[in-house]
Design a protein. Structure first.
Length: 588
């Protein structure tokens, strides 16, 4: 950051004030109880390195939301007029006083300016500090916490800031965040060698690219590879996408892509990797690129591999451990110009909303809003736990409780699918399509319901059993928004075919179809769809196959039921490509 004379004077005065008199600390955030499954083990090593993400208060975040609504609402005169990187940065840039107060605080603790990383808008700061310094800065104690599944993290249950900083700093993580983004997939099954599908266009037998294209009416539509249109796929947690597996998959199921030597590009973020060792490639990474690429061919695909969240092993000395990859990835992607951005971004990760501190969830959701304002359609799988946490109809209600210390019975919404500025993708199965029992859906406890889905969600309300009244937030942002096939997918993995299911199958599939719709618009001189949700609910829902059968059980209940119209199992339904193109044609 370039300091003016005024700002330099301010820094000196603030630094002098802190040096001459101890500033009073005040608790900024604390947990009333540890989240379910976690146990405190020991004090953290003082030399363990933390990568702290610091979110500063933006000057006027509501203005960003207003503009995003204008450019995304098909009824508005500004629809499709997406903003540039510079325009969005200026909308969210913190007040100078906020930036200077944060800089003075970091300087007071001896953190060199050259080691401080800021995003282009200046509202997110990243620093690497040992635990001993983080504890002094935040008046806290970091501990090692272990989960019932054997994993460990370094966290604290409460942290504070000098009183004068409270109005400037929104959040600091990792502190109280116990969420661990995980792939949304449930099961894989090895397929014997030499498998022959009697009808690869019939999704009742097994799901392949051909059967999806037939089911959703994509047919022989061929996109323009040279258009300014690309599909981005997010990879976290050492999830690698194997190029050989993808090539073999295309050879068998998408021969035109194989003949064109079509593949995906890779960009590495925060030390991310993409090992091509068969043993290290992941089902999640392969699934995403194989089906995202199959649906969108020949539109360029990019796999973004983000590091920074390895499993923590205290025996390995002081490894960096954040288990929080979103900030690094979003800072990287938002630093691109609009010409460099993907027009569609698919992600198949998430965790219980309540394990993500509210302030941090708000900050991440705001970054998704920035992408939407710049013309990017951001899609997330809705989760594989139905209304619970992954055990389907067998999940006991005792495991579905709040982590606020009261242990109140509740459904378990998943973040980031609950963020209003992403499009959440649920799952269907079979032909005719019915709701997949694992399809995550429900109502956010963090985010209020946006105007664009008010009518659809209110229409569903009479169909919710009265016994659910205390289990969900009836005024919350409802999800999923859409769905696609998510069961019995044929996937190439480590040289063999397997099958998999989960909303992580549905998200890249639907994302590839959105990329095709963007191609349809761009080829006619129009802007890409960008933030999808207002268009989906206001205009686009008639372009979807309504799913009216099925439910998503969990927490000792049958969950929600699919009905006519929108429902919190399948959203507005699955895509009908010809109808969607016709709807878009009306706006040309």
């Amino acid at each position: 950051m370039t300091c003016t004379c005024r700002s330099l004077l301010f820094l000196l005065l603030v630094f002098a004030g802190w040096a001459s008199a101890l500033q009073p600390f005040r608790v900024k955030e604390s947990l009333p109880a540890l989240p379910r499954g976690w146990t405190a083990k020991a004090r953290a090593r003082q030399d363990h390195i933390l990568q702290l993400q610091i979110g500063l208060r933006q000057a006027d975040p509501d203005l960003l939301y207003d503009i995003l609504a204008n450019v995304s609402d098909p009824r508005h005169t500004q629809y499709g007029q997406h903003l540039s990187k510079h325009e969005v940065d200026e909308l969210v840039r913190p007040h100078q006083m906020t930036a200077e107060a944060a800089a003075a605080w970091l300087a007071h603790h001896g953190i060199p300016e050259a080691t401080i990383s800021r995003n282009s808008a200046g509202d997110w700061i990243s620093i690497q500090v040992p635990v001993r310094l983080a504890e002094a800065m935040l008046d806290t104690q970091y501990q090692e916490f272990t989960h019932d599944d054997g994993s460990s993290v370094i966290r604290c249950t409460s942290w504070s800031l000098p009183a004068d900083l409270h109005e400037h700093v929104e959040f600091i993580q990792p502190t109280t965040i116990f969420g661990r983004p995980k792939p949304h997939r449930s099961f894989i099954h090895y397929v014997p060698p030499g498998i022959t599908l009697s009808n690869p266009t019939n999704c009742s037998e097994a799901v392949t690219p051909d059967c999806i294209k037939q089911l959703y009416g994509i047919g022989s539509y061929r996109a323009n590879a040279s258009a300014p249109n690309r599909l981005g796929i997010s990879g976290y947690l050492d999830s690698y996408a194997n190029m050989n597996d993808t090539t073999y998959f295309y050879k068998q199921f998408v021969p035109k892509a194989y003949e064109a030597d079509f593949s995906f590009g890779v960009e590495f973020i925060n030390g991310g990797l993409n090992s091509q060792s068969g043993a290290e490639s992941s089902l999640e990474g392969n699934l995403d690129v194989e089906y995202g690429g199959s649906m969108s061919f020949p539109i360029p695909n990019t796999y973004y591999s983000t590091g920074g969240s390895p499993p923590f092993d205290p025996s390995e000395g002081t490894p960096q451990n954040t288990n929080e990859p979103y900030a690094e990835f979003l800072s990287y992607i938002l630093n691109k110009t609009n010409d460099e951005l993907p027009t569609v971004l698919s992600t198949s990760y998430g965790d219980e909303e309540q394990t993500v501190p509210y302030s941090y969830a708000q900050g991440v959701c705001n970054l998704f809003a920035q992408l939407g304002a710049r013309g990017v359609s951001v899609l997330f799988s809705s989760g594989d736990g139905g209304v619970g946490d992954g055990q389907g109809p067998n999940q006991p209600s005792s495991s579905c409780i709040s982590n606020d210390g009261t242990k109140t019975a509740m459904f378990l919404p998943f973040f980031p699918a609950t963020c209003p500025f992403v499009t959440a993708v649920g799952a269907t199965m079979g032909v005719p399509e019915v709701a997949a029992t694992f399809s995550g859906g429900g109502y956010s406890n963090y985010f209020s319901r946006p105007y664009w889905q008010e009518g659809a969600v209110q229409a569903y309300a009479p169909h919710i059993p009265s016994s659910y009244g205390a289990l969900y937030n009836s005024s919350g942002r409802a999800y999923p928004d859409v769905s696609a096939q998510g069961n019995n997918f044929i996937i190439q993995q480590d040289g063999n075919l397997t099958t998999g299911y989960g909303t992580s199958c549905a998200a890249p599939t639907f994302s590839g179809i959105v990329a095709l719709l963007n191609d349809f618009l761009i080829s006619r001189g129009k802007a890409p769809l960008g933030f999808l949700n207002p268009w989906l609910y206001i205009v686009g829902s008639v372009g979807f196959n309504d799913i009216t059968v099925g439910n998503n059980p969990g927490c000792g209940t049958d969950g929600f039921s699919a009905i006519d119209g929108w429902d919190p199992v399948t959203g507005v339904g699955t895509p009908n490509f010809p109808m969607l193109m016709n709807l878009l044609s009306l706006s040309l």
